[in-house]
Write a protein that binds this ligand. Structure first.
Ligand SMILES: C[S@@+](CC[C@H](N)C(=O)[O-])C[C@H]1O[C@@H](n2cnc3c(N)ncnc32)[C@H](O)[C@@H]1O
Length: 222
């Protein structure tokens, strides 16, 4: 899979690209990460990328011609990626089902906005999807893009130390879409806080049933 990130702040991703599972996925040839700075391809003078909003109001808006130029430069001669995703608080809320869907795509482009947002024509004509990571406003799309990329990358072959880790986890089919059950490790007793007996019983069938039950309980409670 290839993930292309379009941003005005590529250095925000320096930490992300060095994380173990991202490196694993890259080294096992499952992932190519690329970064594109809107300013590098802007058709405007002086590195301009934004402008005042029509109709007035506070803040600046990332221009459609700037985003279009960045996409054209990135995909000239190679065709657009299957999904071009604009990160925006007003988009479809990101969840595990969407992460799964995106992980099966060959390539993604993630468009990070800044300032007051992005000219609506990007959403209308250039993006295939508009995605929000939650009902709150961040300063830019970079953290949102990292959230989306992280949830997708951990589903790629070779990303996790144990491939099974991603099979039975919160919201997976294995848990009927419910949150994961609680985990415990040593010590079995700590300050009077005990690990449930069933987990120490060695009875795998009872453990399996107990875990499924706890998952369902959490789903019901949430
Ligand atoms: C300050 S925000 C713009 C907020 C916009 N004026 C609004 O009220 O919806 C700047 C950029 O951050 C990103 N962003 C902020 N919150 C986000 C969220 N919850 N999900 C996805 N992207 C977000 C978007 O790319 C957005 O263009």
């Amino acid at each position: 899979m290839r993930i292309d990130l379009f941003t005005l702040f590529p250095d925000w991703f320096d930490w992300f690209r060095g994380q173990r599972h991202v490196v694993n996925a890259t080294e096992s040839d499952g992932l190519e990460l690329r970064f594109f700075h809107y300013r590098d391809t802007t058709p405007l003078t002086g590195g301009q990328v934004d402008d005042a909003p029509y109709g007035g109001g506070a803040g600046m808006v990332l221009r459609v011609d700037v985003v279009d130029a960045a996409l054209r430069a990135a995909y000239e001669g190679s065709g657009s990626p299957s999904r071009v995703i604009l990160l925006t608080p007003s988009g479809r809320q990101f969840d595990e089902a969407l992460a799964q869907e995106l992980a099966s795509e060959p390539d993604l482009a993630l468009l990070c906005g800044r300032y007051e947002g992005v000219d609506e024509r990007v959403r209308e004509h250039l993006a295939t999807d508009a995605v929000s990571i939650g009902p709150y406003v961040l300063s830019g799309g970079e953290l949102a893009a990292m959230v989306v990329a992280d949830a997708v990358i951990r589903k790629l072959p070779g990303a996790l130390g144990h491939a099974d880790s991603a099979l039975e986890e919160s919201f997976s089919d294995a848990l009927e879409g419910a949150p994961e059950y609680p985990h415990y490790t040593r010590p079995a007793s700590y300050r009077g806080w005990e690990v449930p007996d069933v987990l120490l019983s060695g009875d795998h069938e009872r453990v399996r049933e107990w875990r499924l039950e706890r998952s369902r309980e959490r789903a019901a409670r949430n």
